[in-house]
Write a protein that binds this ligand. Structure first.
Ligand SMILES: *Cc1c(COP(=O)(O)O)cnc(C)c1O
Length: 379
């Protein structure tokens, strides 16, 4: 039977990436942005586990011209793979790497006056974006420290090509969070006004990430820094304003290795947290927490799909293996495909549901998918 099934790969566990879905999402998101606002595709952390090279090249072909990465190395990788356009490094870059930034034409997010000064003193000509802290209290300079903001503009070797901020609660529908977000937005544009009043050019403005685009679509920005939505999922299942029709890009699969019967009273896996209350059939699946399936998913609503039937994950998830209850599945044999995220037959597990069962958000789930998983690209 199984030798007539389509074999996508012989891997023990793998990711399938639907590049046409990615293209679709990029088009839909771009269309939903106000005129003059461009998609900055956030492809940090290996494009949220989807594979940065393939993803960025596809987006580049699709007409996306601006990318955001977390590290200099990710930026270099894009350049090596023929991605032109603007690449902004959102994460920390030591001044010792200024030469690499310059050589690869990477733009750097500058987080404070000291960071700017250290980069400036290297003598390399750099394009930078200035981070404004409008209430997130993570990176950036606050409006009240205007001299510090101005010091970045005064750096001889730095050209400010953008001014940015980040919203702390743009996903929330609570009125106090909405008020807070509107304060952040107001603070941002006032700071931008202060800078312009001093005669400096602010370059490109950008504030929104995915939820900012959904819930504050009217903002007049030059870029929207979209990550998670590009991959066709939201961070979790909470309600948000209507979105473009997005398609999940990634699915996660593994295989049955072994099948056994256990009797009532027998336990499964480490710590014996699962004990059978009746005779059952269980299968061992060749994926584990080392691949990025959190231990927490077991007993917390975690499920898989095998041969089109949704079944629970039982017992502790191990490093490279996990166990499932296949008592209700007609026919299963070693080698059969087990889907942890995505479609299998008529069933589907959304990444959002996988994340909720794992006690986290899809962003974390996707970033933690280990590079040892084979990536299979479609379309
Ligand atoms: C990761 C990141 C984004 C993208 O966030 P999503 O919620 O995934 O869209 C945007 N801006 C900054 C500064 C980020 O670090």
């Amino acid at each position: 039977m199984s030798n007539t099934k389509n074999i996508v790969t012989s891997s023990r566990a793998w990711i399938e990436v639907d590049l046409e879905a990615l293209s679709h999402n990029a088009r839909e998101i771009s269309l939903s942005l106000p005129r003059g606002c461009e998609l900055m595709a956030v492809v940090k952390t290996d494009a949220y586990g989807h594979g940065i090279t393939k993803v960025a090249r596809r987006l580049w072909r699709e007409g996306v011209k601006t990318f955001a990465v977390a590290t200099v190395n990710e930026g270099i990788l894009l350049r090596k793979n023929g991605v032109k356009g603007n690449i902004l490094v959102l994460g920390y870059t030591h001044f010792a790497d200024a030469k690499i930034l310059s050589k690869n034409n990477l733009e750097q997010l500058v987080v404070d006056g000291a960071h700017a000064k250290s980069l400036d003193e290297t003598g390399y000509k750099l394009n930078v974006h200035v981070a404004i802290d409008t209430g997130m209290h993570r990176l950036g300079i606050e409006r009240k420290n205007f001299d510090e903001i101005e010091s970045v503009f005064k750096c001889k070797n730095l050209t400010v090509v953008g001014v940015a901020s980040h919203l702390a609660s743009s996903d929330s529908q609570l009125s106090e969070d909405i008020d807070f977000t509107n304060e952040q937005i107001k603070n941002f544009y006032e700071t931008v006004g202060d800078i312009q009043e001093k005669g400096y050019g602010v370059g490109k403005l950008h504030v929104q990430a995915s939820y900012g685009v959904c819930n504050y679509p009217e903002l007049m920005c030059d870029y929207a820094r979209v990550g998670i939505m590009l991959y066709g999922v939201m961070s979790d299942n909470s309600k948000t304003k209507p979105l473009p029709e997005l398609q999940p890009v990634l699915s996660l699969h593994s295989r049955v290795i072994q099948i056994r019967r256990i009797e009532a009273g027998e336990s499964v896996s480490y710590g014996r947290i699962f004990t059978a209350t009746k005779p059952m059939r269980i299968a061992v699946v060749s994926i584990g927490y080392a691949d990025g399936v959190p231990r927490q998913i077991s007993g917390n609503g975690g499920v898989c799909i095998v041969n089109g039937v949704k079944v629970p994950i039982i017992g502790r998830v191990c490093m490279d293996l996990l166990m499932i209850d296949i008592s209700e599945v007609g026919f299963v044999e070693p080698g059969d495909v087990v889907t942890l995220i995505g479609k299998n037959g008529d069933e589907e597990i959304r990444c959002e549901d996988f994340a909720v069962a794992s006690g986290t958000i899809t962003n974390e789930v996707l970033c933690r998918l280990n590079s040892r998983l084979e990536r299979v690209y479609w379309r």
